[in-house]
Design a protein around this ligand. Structure first.
Ligand code: PLP
Length: 457
């Protein structure tokens, strides 16, 4: 995890239409807050650029000291409709005024509206069912449980292998981490991992240049897995650390494989859903029809809500009362999600993401052309992109350089979360989908300056 120096440094002042940096960073007056948190919280909660969020609107974030950043984080790919969207605020206020703040799984009207709206967006608009939960990890855990149950019920005890991909991230709970593909996140589970969870290489084309589907098959065979033992295959629609996408042909072969062996095809859209890639769901880029879709983050652009959208026969595997969560369909979260969906659709934000890709990606390729030995890969779709920084001339991840670029942007009024990726090498770009062409152009220029400061012109 990235470590930011907490000694305030003087940075050149910035004053534009969208950015304002007036103080040393971190702001000296903010240090007592960081110290208090260091005393009261696990250190694992530290690790973001050292500033205090006071308010956030649209694609701007402000601190209490008069500084303002263009946001390239969307929180962590949450605020797709924009921070503090007026429609979401109004819906929340109305919900508060209505005196219904918690309802467990007793029915309320907006729950029906939301499940109906999500059903229409999913792979089978007339027949899918929608299960509301609170976090992305809960949604991926639920997909794992449904796949295991489906295999067991329909085919018997042998059909229990759950396949996912190297470098995958599906959340921090135990099932999600068993399905994850980052070995460093699994050490706490000890050496005897559940052998029913296996991973195949992810065909990103850069970290793993072999994008053939034969590699998927041979890797399973090497791990002693027979296709008829597989109950489900789960992949992020793009892996967050790149972002890394599936080749379309590979995705098609994966879907055919799942159909042939009656394994559930599960796409984790927690990060990629709700317009991020210029499609409502990223799996649409591949022409896929997943059996289950895990959603979260951008579903509400604000409050904690997640969902599984999926095939009716699978979603109905459990009898009434046995697949619930205390905060399933929590009224405030549901109101926020309905308003966010409306904002994304009415304001054409999916289309905006697709359109602005045409501005963002060429600028990033141009940067890579200037620094081909240090920017190993540039990938992106819609309004998610990344620069994968490497040591000169090779492919070895260079987290220090990624952090230096991230920090230089921070000092200039462009905010990103800490670098991501298997080696912390990825400078990740993910603005709210409401960002304008003018603000995106300005922020790309800031990135360009930061890269040149760190790597030389
Ligand atoms: N799946 C993906 C692809 C994610 O990116 C994340 C979070 O980053 C999760 C699942 C877990 O979501 P949550 O943190 O809401 O549990």
């Amino acid at each position: 995890m990235a470590k930011y120096d907490m000694s305030p440094i003087e940075v050149p002042p910035v004053e534009t239409k969208y950015r304002s940096i007036k103080t040393p960073l971190p702001v000296p007056e903010s240090l007592p807050m960081f110290e208090s948190l260091a005393n009261s919280e696990p250190q694992a909660m530290a690790g973001m650029p050292p500033m205090v969020w006071q308010s956030a609107r649209g694609f701007s974030v402000e601190d209490p000291f008069g500084n303002r950043w263009i946001d390239w984080s969307s929180g962590v790919l949450v605020t797709n409709a924009g921070h503090g969207h007026p429609k979401i605020k109004a819906a929340l206020l109305e919900q508060i005024e209505s005196d219904l703040l918690a309802s467990y799984v007793f029915v309320h009207k907006k729950r029906a509206e939301l499940t109906g709206a999500l059903q229409k967006l999913g792979p089978r608009p007339d027949s899918d069912k929608v299960f509301l939960l609170s976090t992305g990890s809960e949604a991926t855990e639920c997909c794992i449980k449904l796949a295991r149950t489906y295999g067991l019920n329909k085919h018997g005890a042998h059909k229990k292998i759950f396949v996912s991909f190297n470098n995958a991230f599906h959340g921090r709970t135990m099932g999600a981490q068993l399905a994850g593909g980052l070995p460093g996140l699994k050490t706490w589970m000890g050496p005897d991992l559940d052998l029913n969870f296996v991973q195949a290489p992810f065909p990103d084309g850069y970290k793993n240049p072999d994008t053939s589907f034969e590699l998927f098959l041979s890797s399973l065979a090497e791990q002693g897995v027979e296709p008829n033992e597989i109950c489900g295959v789960m992949s992020e629609s793009y892996q967050g650390g790149g972002p890394d996408f599936l080749p379309v042909e590979y995705a098609k072969q994966l879907q055919d494989f799942c159909r042939r062996h009656d394994a559930l095809l599960i796409m984790d859209e927690v990060q990629s859903g709700f317009g991020r890639t210029g499609k409502m769901f990223c799996y649409e880029l591949y022409g896929m029809e997943p059996d289950l879709v895990a959603c979260g983050k951008g579903i509400s652009s604000s409050l904690p809500l997640s969902a599984v959208i999926g095939r009716k026969d699978v979603m109905d595997l459990y009898p009434p009362g046995s697949m619930t969560s205390t905060h399933s369909a929590s009224p405030l979260c549901v109101a926020a999600a309905l308003a966010s969906l409306e904002a994304i659709q009415d304001e054409g934000l999916v289309e905006n993401a697709a359109e602005l890709e045409k501005l963002l990606m060429p600028a990033l390729y141009d940067l890579q052309q200037k620094h081909p030995r240090r920017i190993g890969a540039v990938t992106g779709k819609g309004l998610v992109a990344g620069l994968q920084m490497v040591h000169p001339g090779g492919k070895e991840p260079d987290p220090k350089t990624a952090l230096a670029i991230n920090l230089a942007c921070f000092h200039k009024g462009l905010l990103m979360f800490a670098p991501v990726g298997p080696g912390g090498e990825c400078v990740k770009i993910a603005p709210p989908l409401c960002i304008t062409e003018e603000a995106l152009t300005e922020s790309i220029e800031v990135l360009r300056e930061a890269v040149e400061e760190v790597l030389g012109a």
